[in-house]
Design a protein around this ligand. Structure first.
Ligand code: NDP
Length: 280
């Protein structure tokens, strides 16, 4: 039976350390959070971020903007936050309305205040192996892997999902550890090759958003399984991996919820404190 990789416990440790660091700063760091519209999922996420920020001593300023805001107005708003010396970090909550180009917006947030690690300059530093701020979820996965004490050198690591916020930066962070990385995506599934890749994974990381995509009996004995997926099934939250069966085969496995999610928020706060330190 696998050991549970409880991200929420690691997150508590990180938050404790951060609250001590915050006390050494000249002023409490300020996180500006932009929410366009009132998506219920995004609102719930924002409330969680706010609670975490407050518990650390971070000032969390939510800017809820109307769904009808034009792209130009949003651009002006972000430029204002970039120029505001009292703001240390900026988060643009997803989803954005269809008339707003997400890529344009993520490039607009100043690299120094980009605590989500999505600015091309910060992404570029991940490629060169010298990132101070990397994508939060990818970093959270690396923290979880680190907590197992298992050396990734030469390990067969399979990442399922190649999004810009998880799969792609994660593949680069894993390469830094000399893992042998395979990245699977929609074409892997459509050509019926997902199972064969998953079956040989010594470390499996899944970030897709499809419940039950990874069958429990595909998991290699002793594998480490990190399930990033968050899906609603009835009134339950589940991941992308069939947990009950996978748990019998894996050596370590993340629960959903309580695995990657809480750690991602803690890493966001760590990135903010790091940005504030650099700015101060
Ligand atoms: P995206 O939708 O941006 O990316 C999903 C990825 O999965 C894409 O690369 C997509 O490929 C690939 N994919 C889709 N269907 C299949 C399939 N059948 N087989 C293999 N690959 C497939 O999602 P995100 O990366 O933003 O998020 C992924 C999941 O992780 C979601 O459930 C999300 O809620 C969760 N999440 C959790 C976080 C946490 O902190 N725990 C943080 C961020 C996300 P293609 O684009 O080519 O179709």
């Amino acid at each position: 039976m696998a050991k549970l990789l409880e991200g929420k416990l690691i997150a508590e440790e990180i938050k404790k350390e951060l609250s001590l660091t915050v006390q050494t700063l000249k002023q409490p760091p300020v996180l500006a959070s932009i929410l366009v519209g009132a998506d219920p999922g995004a609102l719930a996420y924002v409330r969680g971020q706010e609670k975490t920020a407050q518990s650390i001593g971070i000032t969390y300023k939510l800017h809820q903007l109307p769904e009808s805001i034009s792209e130009d107005e949003l651009i002006d708003f972000i430029l204002g936050l970039n120029a505001d010396k009292n703001v240390n970090g900026i988060v643009v909550q997803m989803p954005l309305p269809k008339h707003i180009d997400y890529r344009k917006i993520s490039e607009l947030v100043s690299a120094k205040k980009d605590i989500e690690g999505m600015h091309p300059a910060n992404m570029g530093k991940v490629l060169f192996g010298r990132a101070r701020i990397a994508a939060c979820t990818a970093t959270a996965v690396m923290e979880l892997l680190n907590s197992t004490g298992v050396d990734l050198y030469g390990k067969e690591v399979v990442v399922v999902g190649h999004s810009e916020i998880v799969g792609k930066p994660l593949a680069l962070l894993l390469l830094e550890k000399f893992a042998t990385v395979t990245v699977c995506h929609i074409a892997t599934s459509k050509t019926d090759r997902l199972e064969e890749h998953v079956r040989r994974a010594e470390v499996l990381i899944v970030a897709v958003g499809k419940p039950g995509l990874i069958k429990g009996d595909w998991i290699k004995d002793g594998a480490i399984v990190i399930d990033v997926g968050i899906n609603c099934r009835g009134n339950k939250i589940v991941g992308d991996v069939e947990f009950a069966e996978a748990e019998k085969r894996a050596s370590f496995i993340t629960p959903v919820p309580g695995g990657v999610g809480p750690l991602t928020v803690a890493i966001l706060m760590r990135n903010l404190v790091e940005a504030a330190k650099l700015q101060q």
